[in-house]
Design a protein around this ligand. Sequence first.
Ligand SMILES: [Cu+2]
Length: 168
Amino acid sequence: MDVKMLLHGGKNAALAVLAILALSGAAFADSKINVTLWDKGPDSAQPDATHPLGMGSGGDMAMAMLGVKADVTSVPAGKVTFEVTNASKDIVHEMILSPAPADGKLMPYMADMAKVDEDGAGHLGEVSELNPGQGGALTLDLKPGKYVLFCNIPMHFMNGMWTEITVN
Ligand SMILES: [Cu+2]
């Protein structure tokens, strides 16, 4: 084998390594979800008996005066970054992530505190208590499944402040 052939082989090997790097980069690219926490003014959260809009309560979500909006609702498994913005002008909100309950099931709820039972729900991470206009980020390694993003300021969840995402 002469020098020319060696060089040729080396170049091909280098190209092969680059191709593998490019492929693995694409396969493990991180996902980003922009999450907006919104409401319709300072009185948006009502006592939950009149607005049963919690996940699984079967309420009309069009009635919600506050909510969680995700710009992407389906992402591949792996690293997912949630860029969270509290778009409210008046109210502190937060974003908590937990596995979604089975279809039709209500999240574990503490009615006396008007909050989701975070431990019971399987709390995975949060961007807690953002002031109006504030933002924050959370990155998690997520397995395939359904997840719920919700705000657990008292009354907010049962007033409709949640949304579901799917990790494939
Ligand atoms: Cu909230």
